[in-house]
Design a protein around this ligand. Structure first.
Ligand code: MN
Length: 204
């Protein structure tokens, strides 16, 4: 199969008590797995199965909706797992990314407020993002469904370096309808070291 499910880089219960183990298990083993299975089915026998997931995103306007939804789902969740870590493991926001965030948003708290606003006000299902735009500047935005800023149809094009899944399947077992509480809990399990690596790569 062209695309495969990456393992979670930590145990299902490693993000407790912020993100619960059952949600992590179902989210990864069932939801993400289904996106991969459906993406492989939708690309089988086409030249799309020989492309990287990033290449697919960049020309998603030419692909069927099943590839947009499931390819986006695969890319988004792969990024999401990579920027999460147990509390205390992923380091603190620091260095050039912290400086850029303060320069762009005024302070780290104001950045978090802008990100929470994007995540909380995304109607229905989608994602909130911190991106590096083509001109090298930072921006916060959100996208619907499984769309993302790498897609050539995106209204906020850029390279995502931090993303938060705001589909109900990401938080409903623990937080029910309280999406803002889930967004607050997210900050306790961000792997800032991984975000800073993505930032450095995007700025090259
Ligand atoms: Mn999800």
């Amino acid at each position: 199969m062209a695309f495969s499910l990456p393992p979670l880089p930590f145990a299902n219960d490693a993000l407790e008590p912020h993100f619960d183990a059952l949600t992590m298990e179902i989210h990864h083993d069932r939801h993400h797995n289904a996106y991969v299975t459906n993406l492989n089915a939708a690309t089988a026998g086409t030249d799309m199965e020989n492309k990287t997931i990033e290449e697919l995103m960049a020309e998603i306007s030419k692909a069927p909706m099943a590839v947009r939804n499931n390819g986006g789902g695969h890319y988004n969740h792969s990024l999401f797992w990579s920027i999460l870590a147990p509390q205390g493991v992923g380091g603190n926001l620091s260095g050039p990314l912290k400086e850029d965030i303060i320069k762009t948003f005024g302070s780290v708290d104001e950045f978090k407020t802008a990100f929470k606003q994007a995540a909380a006000t995304r109607f229905g299902s989608g994602w909130a993002w911190l991106c590096v735009k083509a001109d090298g500047s930072l921006c916060v935005c959100s996208s619907p469904n499984q769309d993302n800023p790498l897609m050539d149809i995106s209204e906020c094009p850029g390279t995502p370096i931090l993303g938060l899944d705001v589909w109900e399947h990401a938080y409903y077992l623990k937080f029910q309808n309280k999406r803002p509480d889930y967004i607050d809990a997210f900050w306790s399990v961000v792997n800032w070291n991984a975000v800073e690596e993505r930032y450095a790569a995007a700025k090259k």
